[in-house]
Design a protein around this ligand. Structure first.
Ligand SMILES: NC(=O)c1ccc[n+]([C@@H]2O[C@H](COP(=O)([O-])OP(=O)(O)OC[C@H]3O[C@@H](n4cnc5c(N)ncnc54)[C@H](O)[C@@H]3O)[C@@H](O)[C@H]2O)c1
Length: 325
């Protein structure tokens, strides 16, 4: 049985679909919070609940009592994909305590849960490219210093890596942290640029283009991310003498796209021009991300295939269908 936290979320939903398609049994948990429209989360869950091998429990990972109950009835969990978190860089400037609760308190509860599972083979958790902060050495490699995140969101993700390492060292829990780079695709998050731009362009509304468009992002298509997470789940780090069984990997497309090209790709898929208003770089945002994926390719067989030219039309097609736009 594989436990997926954040199963109602964007990446969690797609991961559950992929695991179920492989024939795995999946237990999903999520508190279905209102950070963005919970109807989107409910709609994702509706699809999963039609699958015979899927079970779901609505619960908060930072609720110690609920976690104890989960542990009592789920001793047969063999792998964990821990994706539940308070996501979003900008929201962390206005709602810091949400990040402490979900990403720090919740993360400790997940580690404690993992520590007491007799059959656990691997604890995989979501980290983020945000840990690199304003790192100027490109592409970003896992060996690069990543101790100056520019916002609390990245700081909590960096803390997760340290926390997981310590549990791995102390209790021998095989653990892998995956640093995701700007994930997009169908069923994507309404607070992220791909969705925001698609919605506004189709509605004929203005879009704010930060840092006057002088930004680059390594945009990663959801199916590529999910393939990386599944590969990681089934490849726990081997125990080596004197070293904790803990690894970190970047999961990105290994292609840093200029923001203006990203917007042009969405315009083309929408068949409509964007109304652009140039804005400054918001505090906490980084100008550029670019993933070095040599280690993930070597150890996980990670091989991202979908460029934005292919992925963006798929997102726009889903958006139009789902929102009748
Ligand atoms: N999407 C990206 O580009 C991206 C990039 C880097 C890292 N990540 C990380 O990947 C993971 C998944 O991100 P996503 O894009 O699917 O986000 P998401 O917000 O769609 O999914 C997260 C899910 O976790 C749930 N959740 C939050 N707090 C919880 C709690 N205390 N208890 C139970 N459930 C809780 C939410 O309701 C949500 O459904 C997160 O850890 C995020 O930080 C995402």
């Amino acid at each position: 049985m594989i436990l997926v936290t954040g199963a109602a979320g964007f990446i969690g939903y797609h991961l559950c679909e992929a695991l179920l398609a492989r024939g795995d049994r999946v237990f999903g948990i999520d508190n279905v919070n209102a950070y963005y429209d919970p109807r989107l989360k409910e709609a994702r869950l509706e699809r999963l609940k039609q699958r015979p091998n899927f079970e779901f429990r609505r619960m908060d990972i930072s609720d110690r009592g609920a976690m104890a109950e989960l542990a009592a009835s789920n001793q047969n969990v063999t792998r964990i994909a821990h994706l539940a978190a308070q996501a979003g860089v900008r929201h962390s400037l206005s709602h810091p305590r949400d990040y402490v609760q979900a990403n720090l308190v919740g993360f400790v509860e997940m580690l404690e849960f993992a520590r007491h599972l007799p059959a656990l083979a691997h604890f995989v958790y979501a980290s983020s490219s945000s840990v690199y902060g304003a790192n100027t050495k490109l592409p970003f490699a896992v060996e690069d210093p990543a101790d100056r995140p520019l916002a609390l969101y990245g700081a909590t993700k960096k803390a997760n890596e340290a926390m997981a390492y310590s549990y791995s060292h102390l209790f021998g829990i095989p653990s892998t942290g995956l640093r995701f780079f700007t994930v997009y695709g169908p069923w994507g998050r309404p607070d992220m640029s791909a969705f925001i731009f698609t919605r506004a362009i189709l509605a004929g509304e203005e879009i704010a283009v930060n840092n006057k468009g002088e930004m680059k992002r390594d945009f990663t298509y959801i199916d590529d991310i999910v393939a990386g997470v599944v590969a990681a789940l089934y490849r726990p780090p081997a125990a080596a003498a004197g070293a904790a069984p803990h690894r970190l990997y970047n999961l990105g497309n290994h292609k840093s796209e200029p923001l203006m090209r990203f917007i042009e790709t969405i315009e083309k898929a929408c068949g409509k021009k964007a109304r652009i208003r140039f804005a400054d770089l918001p505090p906490g945002d980084v100008k550029e991300t670019y993933a070095d994926i040599a280690a993930s390719a070597r150890d996980l067989g990670f091989d991202p295939r979908i460029s934005i030219d292919e992925g963006i039309p798929r997102l726009v097609a889903w958006y139009r269908d789902y929102h009748k736009a």
